[in-house]
Design a protein around this ligand. Structure first.
Ligand SMILES: N[C@@H](CCC(=O)N[C@@H](CS)C(=O)NCC(=O)O)C(=O)O
Length: 209
C-alpha cells in the first residue's frame, strides 16, 4: 500500500523528463513506477487507457495524464525556484506542436514514409532560431535561472540535437547551444535520469524525489 500519488514514468521520454524535473524541484513526494512502453502495467492502463507516460494518479484517484498538468500540479504546491513565474504557454505549445512534429519526422523519417528527414530538420530550424534569439539577452528563457518554459522545452531540443550531434554543434546558434548544455549538464537533470528497474505489481514502492 502507498499513501503517495503514483507517477508512471519512462526514463527516456521527454514528456516524463519534464514532469520528473518539476516534481523533483518542487520536493513534492510521489511513488515512481518505471514503465517499459512495450509492456505497460495493467494498473497504469486502468487509470489512463490512452497509454502514454507520464501519468500521475492522485490519492483521491484523480488522474493527470498530461505532462504539463503534472508539472503545474507539483509547482502549485511548492515552487521554491519560482518556475511558474516564467511559463510561456505559447512557446511551449509551439514546441509540443509543430516543432515536435518536425522532430519526429526528422528522427524517424521511415515511420512517416519519408526517404529522409532533412526537410523536417530544416523546418524545425526556424523554431530553434527563435529560441536562440530569445536566449541572446539572458541565459534562460525566463531570465538568469531556469524556469518552467526552459524545462518544458529543452528535452525536445535535446532529442533534436542528439539526432545528429555534429550537425547541431555546427549550427550558428551559440546561445541555444549553451542553454542546452547547461540544462543537460545540470545536477537536476542528472538526478532525474537515475535508472530504475521496470516496476512490477507487488514491488516495494520507490519514493521520488
Ligand atoms: N501529451 C502527452 C504525450 C506523452 C507521450 O506521447 N509519451 C510517449 C512517450 S515519450 C508515450 O507514452 N507513447 C506511448 C507509446 O509509445 O506506447 C504528455 O504531455 O504527457
Amino acid at each position: 500500500m502507498t499513501n503517495l500519488p503514483i507517477l508512471y514514468s519512462f526514463r527516456r521520454c521527454p514528456y516524463a523528463m519534464r514532469a520528473r524535473m518539476a516534481v523533483a524541484v518542487s520536493g513534492v513526494h510521489v511513488e515512481l513506477r518505471e514503465v517499459v512502453l512495450r509492456d505497460k502495467p495493467a494498473d497504469m492502463l486502468e487509470a489512463s487507457p490512452k497509454g502514454t507516460v507520464p501519468v500521475l494518479v492522485l490519492c483521491d484517484d484523480e488522474v493527470l495524464e498530461q505532462s504539463l498538468d503534472i508539472m503545474r500540479w507539483a509547482l502549485v504546491q511548492s515552487d521554491p525556484k519560482g518556475w511558474l513565474a516564467h511559463d510561456d504557454q505559447n512557446l511551449v505549445l509551439a514546441t509540443d506542436g509543430p516543432f515536435k512534429q518536425a522532430l519526429d519526422r526528422y528522427k524517424y523519417p521511415h515511420r512517416y514514409g519519408l526517404k529522409d528527414g532533412t526537410a523536417h530538420r530544416d523546418a524545425a530550424l526556424a523554431h530553434l532560431g527563435d529560441l536562440n534569439d530569445r536566449l541572446a539577452t539572458a541565459p534562460y528563457l525566463g531570465g538568469a535561472q531556469p524556469a518552467f518554459t526552459d524545462i518544458a522545452i529543452f528535452p525536445f531540443v535535446r532529442q533534436f540535437a542528439a539526432t545528429d550531434t555534429a550537425w547541431f554543434a555546427a549550427l550558428p546558434l551559440p546561445a541555444l547551444q549553451s542553454w542546452l548544455s547547461a540544462l543537460v549538464g545540470s545536477d537536476l537533470f542528472a538526478a532525474i535520469m537515475h535508472r530504475y528497474p521496470q516496476w512490477k505489481a507487488g514491488d516495494m514502492p520507490v519514493h521520488f524525489p
